[in-house]
Write a protein that binds this ligand. Structure first.
Ligand SMILES: *Cc1c(COP(=O)(O)O)cnc(C)c1O
Length: 428
């Protein structure tokens, strides 16, 4: 049935999918068409059940179909889908986000992470009156033109587009650096510092598998941005409300006294699976946005009443005492179990996790940047992926993606996953 649907899909949708990584092109095979999902599981078009470690690429932190979220969404839908006029629920969600993330004084709600990142970038440029930006190789900030860039040939040069259709002139203001490379960072600020609008970073990167910013590196990012008057923009679309209630920045704040980013981009979990994202920061910067300021930004469906109901109900559940401790323990249990299973079979393996987000590598030690992540043995990963899929475990279909555990995953789910992995490792 998956094959039949995929053929039909390919006739009318490019590649048969509405977002590229779903197409299984990295791992080969036919994508599974999801029929329905509940808790930690989904069922494909053939009725086969999978333990879901993607959770819609992060949003489903409570698992699928959480009763409180479902009820909130159903209730909101009865009152209307969209008005194009303000609602109380938008205010409530903005208040809830700000209450959890101390660096935020104001947020604007939008509909996707891409839109939030693109808007944050425009605001950073508008607020500073500068054009240049720094991003890091392996960090994904959505598919806005200026952010689809890979490193150029040197620090004094600018990046190259990673997509056709992005004119070189559009990325001519984007400088791409190596993640966790303090020396390169210092060099780049020396050259471009006074012209930089912002430095945008995934503090815990989830789009090159799972790679943390080192504490010395993050500390230098903060110091250099402050010194040169550039804004430090945290893209927490993935890590926000996923690694901790206060997001990844709360973890760096524990390790670096007084640490705060200037702006934050959010998405995924704050919508609980509905199209919702946000960007925010200090009042002085946010008030540069239209209608108060000169930086234009708008959206027909922004702050959608059904999506905000879904996000609010989700945030309410994850704000309960002990939520992230339990989730973090379970995620750690998975990473430790997989590591032990691989080591028992004499295979190199390592992993890392924070809250409900994890990554694992079929190599050692833990990579610190994109180039190292990319040295992973692709065929070995693909064999692992398909063995797990056959066993009813759905990991991300590419080695450069993070994974997600939800509150609905049980110890039994984790144990079953580790057993399936052990069976594969024993034969690999
Ligand atoms: C998913 C993601 C985005 C893009 O969000 P979309 O909702 O897919 O547009 C941006 N930044 C990061 C870090 C992400 O993980």
């Amino acid at each position: 049935m998956n094959d039949v649907l995929f053929e039909r899909a390919k006739a009318v949708i490019p590649g048969g999918v509405n977002s590229p990584v779903r197409a299984f092109r990295a791992v080969g095979g036919t994508p599974r068409f999801v029929q329905r999902a509940q808790g930690a599981y989904f069922w494909d078009a053939d009725g086969k059940k999978y333990i879901d470690y993607i959770g819609s690429w992060g949003p489903m932190i409570l698992g699928h179909g959480h009763p409180a979220v479902l009820e909130a969404v159903q209730k909101a839908a009865l009152d209307g889908f969209s008005f194009g006029a303000p609602t109380e629920r938008e205010v409530e969600l903005a208040e809830a986000i700000i209450a959890a993330v101390p660096s935020l004084e104001m947020v604007r709600l939008v509909s996707s992470g891409t839109e939030a990142g693109m808007s944050a970038l425009r605001l950073a440029r508008g607020a500073t009156g500068r054009s240049k930006i720094i991003k890091f190789e392996g960090c994904y900030h959505g598919h806005a033109d200026a952010l689809l860039v890979k490193a150029g040939s040197g620090l004094a040069t600018f990046g190259n587009p990673t997509s056709a259709g992005v004119p070189p002139e559009v990325v001519a203001q984007t400088i791409v650096l190596e993640f966790n490379n303090v020396e390169q960072l210092e060099e780049a600020f020396k050259i471009h510092g006074p012209e930089l609008a912002c430095l945008m970073i995934e503090p815990i990167a989830g789009n090159m598998n799972f790679v943390r910013s080192s504490v010395p590196f993050m500390k230098r990012c903060r110091e250099l941005c402050s010194q040169y008057g550039a804004l430090l923009v945290f893209d927490e679309v993935m890590s926000g409300f996923r690694v901790a209630l206060g997001s990844a920045q709360s973890i760096y704040a524990q390790l670096i006294p007084g640490f705060e980013p200037d702006m934050t981009v959010l998405g995924k979990v704050i919508g609980g699976g509905m199209p919702l994202a946000a960007f925010g920061g200090k009042r002085a910067v946010m008030e540069k946005l239209a209608p108060l300021g000169p930086v234009y930004q708008a959206g027909t469906l922004s702050g959608n009443p059904v999506a905000t109901a879904c996000g609010l109900a989700t945030l309410k559940e994850i704000s309960k005492p002990g939520f992230f401790e339990t989730l973090g323990t379970r995620t750690q249990h998975l990473v430790t179990g997989l590591t032990q299973a691989a080591h028992a079979a004499g295979l190199p393996f390592c992993g890392d996790c924070q809250g409900g987000m994890f990554g694992f590598f079929l190599m050692e030690p833990l990579p610190q940047n994109y180039a190292t992540v990319m040295t992973t043995d692709g065929p070995k990963f693909n064999a692992f992926f398909h063995a797990m899929l056959d066993a009813g475990v759905y990991f991300a279909p590419a080695l450069y993606e993070a994974g997600f555990v939800s509150a609905a995953h049980t110890d039994a789910d984790i144990d079953a996953t580790v057993q399936a992995a052990a069976a594969h490792f024993a034969k690999a």
